[in-house]
Design a protein around this ligand. Structure first.
Ligand SMILES: CCc1nc(N)nc(N)c1-c1ccc2c(c1)N(CCCOC)[C@H](c1ccccc1)CC2
Length: 338
């Protein structure tokens, strides 16, 4: 709307550099929810008032109560969605959803069961999928498509800033309709999406230091604002972790904090550009009672064809490279984050 010349910023909260989420409202009077704006999925769901009290993950979050909304419209169709981590089941409802001050009539899912692992660790209530319509379960028109059809955006794009320091405010920002120059420097480099309908690109290689180690023949990279880390095929990740001397334990890869300074950069070659992460970008230092723990923010993930083999570039990549998702030109833009 003219108040912000067609670009609307939504501040995000950064929880320990691993979870980023912002506030939306559903219903009238407004019921508030914290959601991850997730380019790896295309549906909106929030926990339901009718979720079972035994579903701890549901019970410990804000829940939507249809009986308290004057704008609620019943639907009742079944819903189920699977993420790389965890799954969600429930049923569809319709109500007015307000994102960045823009109201849309939206079909969304009321979650009645959430897999305890990992949703008990979620600091957010639900997920707002920012993916393309053909990724949407039950053929539901996604929120951003409904916003685009209102013709209120300056451009048919949205941008994501994730801060790299949990103490920094805001912890991040979603901009609907444009980009926010406060959070990037230099110009954007653009990469066409690999195929229409997914926020993924062709990657030309992954190098460590100056050595090209993986994906030299080309592979797929998903740019996923809903993932905390970078994931890659287990065979590649295990070689990569061995190269940097990381040990695998039950909660992921770790390195000895004394070696962090000497760790090499890891570079992703996309669109003729090199996107490097230094150890600052890919090591998460956590202060523990028994001394510092240095977590490597890479994970193995083997997805079966046709989706896989695939690399997923998540929050730790986006925190370094401010990302614009361009629905008008079906391309992704990266600029150096501030
Ligand atoms: C946002 C939905 C989603 N979308 C896509 N495309 N991929 C994945 N993996 C998720 C997903 C599902 C569940 C959870 C999650 C992420 N989490 C990460 C938030 C990332 O915020 C940016 C948290 C977490 C904490 C501990 C260990 C694992 C995960 C809570 C649980």
């Amino acid at each position: 709307d003219d108040a912000n010349n067609g670009t609307i910023p939504t501040p995000l909260t950064n929880y320990l550099d691993t979870q980023y989420f912002g506030e939306i409202s559903i219903g009238f009077p407004a019921q508030m929810f914290n959601v991850v704006f997730d380019t790896g999925s295309a549906n909106l769901w929030v926990p339901s008032q009718s979720c079972s009290p035994f579903s701890t993950a549901c019970f410990t979050h804000n829940r939507y109560d249809a009986s308290k909304s004057q704008t609620y419209v019943e639907n009742g169709t079944g819903f189920s969605i699977q993420y790389a981590a965890g799954n969600v089941r429930g049923f569809l409802s319709e109500d007015v959803v307000v994102v960045g001050g823009i109201p849309v009539v939206q079909v969304f899912a009321e979650a009645t069961s959430l897999s305890a692992i990992p949703f008990i660790f979620a600091k957010f209530d639900g997920v707002l999928g920012m993916g393309y319509p053909n990724m949407a379960i039950d053929g539901i028109t996604p929120v951003f498509d409904r916003i685009m059809s209102q013709r209120v955006l300056k451009e048919e794009v949205f941008s994501i800033y994730y801060s790299r320091d949990p103490k920094r405010s805001p912890g991040g920002e979603l901009v609907l309709g444009g980009t926010d120059p406060n959070y990037y420097t230099g110009s954007f480099n653009y990469i066409e999406t690999k195929e229409l309908g997914k926020w993924e690109v062709i990657m030309r290689g992954v190098s460590v230091g100056r050595e090209m180690l993986f994906c030299a023949e080309g592979c797929t990279a998903v740019i996923d604002t809903g993932s905390s880390y970078i994931t890659g095929p287990a065979s590649s990740i295990s070689v990569l972790m061995k190269t940097i001397g990381a040990q695998l334990d039950e909660s992921g890869y770790k390195v000895n904090c004394d070696t962090v300074k000497a760790l090499p950069s890891i570079t992703f070659h996309m669109g003729g550009q090199e996107y490097s992460l230094t150890q600052e970008d890919y090591i998460l230092r956590q202060l523990h009672t028994q001394g510092d723990v240095c977590i490597v923010t890479f994970r193995s993930l083997d997805l079966p064809p046709p989706t896989g083999p695939v690399w997923i570039l998540g929050a730790n990549f986006i925190a370094r490279y401010y990302t614009e998702f361009d629905r008008h030109n079906n391309r992704i833009g990266f600029a150096a984050a501030v």
